[in-house]
Design a protein around this ligand. Structure first.
Ligand SMILES: *[C@@H]1O[C@H](CO)[C@@H](O)[C@H](O)[C@H]1NC(C)=O
Ligand SMILES: *[C@@H]1O[C@H](CO)[C@@H](O)[C@H](O)[C@H]1NC(C)=O
Ligand SMILES: *[C@@H]1O[C@H](CO)[C@@H](O)[C@H](O)[C@H]1NC(C)=O
Length: 435
């Protein structure tokens, strides 16, 4: 039996520990990452979180590798701002998804306003790609992957009517991938778009883009599903996974590249905050269930720097951390799903932990149960049921009453979760289990 003070100390250490990337890697993924932007890097409380590779193992620059920044005048290349993000990632042993090479938006004026022929625009586009991909190489650890073409599809149907499509035709897409592959054969080359996370016209067209590139005999390694979701409209993990598998069946990897789950109106109700946690968990579970889904990137991790309020009027609070950098219930559900997947894939342990969490939440007002680390599926299951028993106790309103409840549990249960700790802390039950 353990003393109350030991329990409280262990619980504090567990709650303070950052770990989304560490848990994702333990679950077999390549990374859990975040987008960022140059102006945010002067905020030291923000960078204290972002620089922790246990929390975020991958960085995407929100803006400063885009064409507008990197080739403001034709033939004049400036990588100063993009280099700052790459330096930040390298300083912290984080990998980079580099973003992006060809997009209809944030283009310099010389591209948008010039009059082009097929040949001159093809030449300008391939020169841009070659120069930028040569600047940030995979061998130097500067770019794990590139979003080569971003958002080529329109919101209704067909290709987006941009200058590349108008001038070159759909072959601008394989031409762009071929230029990127020639400049850095080791980089993972991605097509990236939104509203392709669900069945529909745009998904069918994105699948056809993979066919187009492969049919031209050109390298494409992955498809990025941006994942800008709305609370309550995410649906099940299995439906999301079925979409991912339509891409991986073509021999490409997939990633959720820009995830946020926005409340359509503010402030959210408690039920909507819980729904957001469920929705984030579905997205992460979908990626976990598909072996060629390599990782998940959030489109910034905190509400303070989210792009949502300025883009979708009235919407917001879409991120894992709030505007004051406090973790939200969505963070807890994501860490819980990642941790459960890291146990060696015993489905019954995952299922029982999930149902235990919802029982605990409904009986006590606890937001959720987070399993923050574990060494075996069995110890997770035991710790989760201990947590549920404690959380369900009407007297479980403080660390000391939780500890008392634990010591009155069956010795067999406690013995088999030798270092398991459960504390009801604020509105979240944290569980640490190890053999
Ligand atoms: C990376 O580390 C170097 C050396 O400590 C430092 O000078 C530089 O400012 C860091 N860059 C960023 C973006 O944090
Ligand atoms: C542009 O040239 C490429 C060959 O370089 C060709 O495949 C494509 O059809 C041409 N586009 C148009 C609109 O003529
Ligand atoms: C963030 O902190 C400010 C100042 O204390 C407070 O007014 C605001 O409500 C906090 N935001 C959240 C989401 O808790």
């Amino acid at each position: 039996m353990r003393s109350t003070s030991n329990l409280a100390l262990l619980a504090l250490a567990a709650g303070a520990h950052a770990q989304l990337n560490k848990l994702a890697v333990a679950a077999g993924k390549k990374y859990f990452g975040s987008a960022t932007d140059n102006s945010e890097l002067t905020d030291t409380s923000y960078t204290a979180v972002l620089s922790d590779a246990d929390e975020f193992g991958q960085i995407t620059p929100g803006n400063t590798q885009k064409w507008y920044y990197t080739e403001p005048e034709q033939g004049t290349f400036t990588y100063t701002e993009g280099d700052v993000i790459v330096d930040f990632a390298q300083n912290n042993s984080q990998i980079m998804r580099c973003h992006n090479l060809v997009w209809y938006n944030q283009l310099p004026a010389w591209i948008s306003s010039d009059s082009w022929t097929n040949d001159t625009l093809t030449e300008a586009m391939t020169t841009h790609i070659t120069n930028e991909v040569t600047h940030y190489t995979t061998d130097a650890g500067e770019c794990y992957a590139w979003d080569v073409v971003n958002e080529a599809l329109s919101d209704s149907s067909g290709y987006r009517d941009n200058i590349f499509y108008e001038t070159i035709g759909e072959y601008y897409i394989p031409i762009a991938f071929a230029a990127a592959a020639a400049a850095d054969p080791a980089a993972k080359l991605y097509y990236n778009d939104y509203s392709i996370e669900f069945t529909g016209t745009k998904l069918t067209e994105a699948l056809a883009i993979v066919d187009l590139i492969q049919g031209a005999g050109v390298q494409i390694d992955g498809v990025g599903l941006q994942g800008h979701f709305i609370v309550g409209e995410v649906g099940s993990a299995s439906a999301l996974a079925a979409v991912l598998e339509q891409f991986t069946a073509k021999g490409v990897e997939v990633a959720y590249t820009e995830v946020d789950v926005r409340h359509a109106s503010l402030p959210p109700t408690d039920a909507e905050i819980e729904q957001q946690a469920v929705d984030y968990a579905a997205v992460v579970s979908a990626c976990l269930s598909v072996s060629d889904c390599v990782g998940i990137t959030v489109w910034d991790f905190d509400d303070k720097y989210s792009w949502i309020p300025s883009t979708f009027s009235g919407a917001g609070e879409a991120c894992l951390y709030d505007e004051n950098l406090s973790k939200k219930p969505a963070w807890t559900s994501v860490s819980s799903v990642l941790a459960a997947a890291g146990t060696g894939g015993v489905a019954s342990a995952t299922a029982s932990q999930t149902s235990v969490a919802s029982v605990a939440a409904s009986q006590t007002g606890a937001a959720s149960v987070a399993v923050v680390s574990q060494t075996s599926a069995a110890s997770v299951a035991v710790a989760a049921s201990s947590a549920a028993a404690v959380a369900a106790s009407p007297s479980a309103s403080s660390a000391s009453s939780v500890a008392a409840a634990l010591t009155s549990s069956s010795p067999a249960v406690l013995a088999s979760s030798a270092a398991s700790v459960c504390v009801k802390k604020t509105k979240t039950v944290y569980v640490t289990a190890s053999a």
